[in-house]
Design a protein around this ligand. Sequence first.
Ligand code: CA
Length: 578
Amino acid sequence: MIRSTLFLGLLAGTAAMWPTTWSGGVAAAISPSLDLAQRCAALVGQNGIDEATARGASSMPPAPPGAPPVAAGAMLPAHCEVFGTLDRHDGADGQQYAIRYHLRLPAVWNGRFFFQGGAGTNGVVGDALGFVGGGQAPALTLGYAVVSQDSGHDNRRNTDPERGGDIVFGSDPVARANYGGSSLKRVTDVAKAVIARLYGRAPERSYFVGCSKGGQEGMALAQRFPDEFDGIIAAAPGFSLPRAALAQVWDVQTFGTLAAQPGRSGFDFRRLPATFSEAQFGLVRAAVLAACDANDGLADGIVGRFERCTARRVLPQLRRRSCTAGAAGALCLSTAQIDALQRSLNGPRDAAGRSLYASFPWDGGIGTPGWRLWKTGSATLPALHILTGGPALAMIFIVPPSPLRADPQSYVDWETAFDMNRDAGRIYATDTTFPRSAWTDIAARSPDLSAFRTHGGKLIVPHGASDPVFSIADTLAWYREVQAREHGRADSFVRVFPVPGMNHCSGGPATDGFDAFAALVAWVEQGRAPERIVASAGPASPWPGRTRPLCPFPRIAIYRGRGSIEDAASFTCKGTGK
Ligand code: CA
């Protein structure tokens, strides 16, 4: 394994340096003659630190709900655990805000700093274990000093049921800017200062890893604070968050037409999960595979050329499965269902048909549980598009914010009344309270990465082709813009790795287990650019244990023509996905 070799080397090297690195440390460093518990306790009172506790080695806590399991048998090392509070302020909305961070400093440090990205609307301080995704061991267990943060609001303290619940922070411009990315620089600076104080030297390398909102944060760092990090993973980046929220509302409106009742405007949110049965989504997936699976040279349930899998190719297959094509009485799709799917994947549009965000490819993960979770929901959990997209758009992504009562039906009523033609421009609007637009504060979609390149930074962007909330088409369009600016040489420092079939950050009929972080470290520290990242399919996939290379866009995995189709060794990265 690349990583185990690499990190054993790092740890051995660090241990050898340990006694000598204290001399010549920064002036504020804590005396190295103290033991870890004493040095840890001495941190309190500076850098906003409220609490610092020495922890012994222990077994890993279980992975958070919904997250893939971390590597089996991983142990937490002895470390100093720190909680700090920065920049308390009274918000324009009467709430009291602060940036809270959580830092873990291992007794045996590998000399490196790791910033763990957030998720959703943040507001929780995070576990600071250094979650890297893909079932891999967290960074703390590898010797990294790890920080996580709440991005400037606290879901327990800052909540108001009449103003979106814990997204009330969208009504304060400072809290909004901190959520959008300002807190990243503040916490980075403070974490590096605490590291220098405890260990007597600055980190040699700094890494950031995040997915979704965390991916947006990685992009914000690469674009706005390009000198802070040497390596960044910005997976499934929400770097167009306000526009993606328009797509979420567009979907609620689109699938809502299937849940409409005569004489009622909008729809009852509880009716959305029944708009498609699981078996009907199985028909959709069968149509996609019939139209597009073999176009990459192998009918294996994976749509390698997902960019070519357009409505023009798939619609004939869907129509063969429609209830008007003689399939009546059997399992079939209604014309309204087919139209709704097509409208959803076409993405939000204004009245002139201009795209307000991006389209979504037809891919093999459409209609699978991780996709339905967002689009149509279930009897036990309303669609995340209802619960997240609408309220976030109302409270965080437009100016002025539009306060909503925190309940699903209020969200649906607001979402169905939202007029794309009239209201979408509010994501770019300003006023006296909000002199910066939500797009300015929260988007991180600039293709100008020149400062990050000059710094020597490396950026890896994994993204699922069946991501139902942040479209891979937006990420690939951005990468083409970066390539144009970089005269076709962007892959010297930034590479996108599409994962066919994968939903948001993980899941779906996909090889979603992979170690992008090891690939990033090898690129940063050894100059080995990732030509492929081997990924494996988990037990919930149709092919447990299958491996595939993930390929840097625009190359795709092509079968060599011999060898097991379950084995990545039988595939090569070549050609173009387009
Ligand atoms: Ca295929």
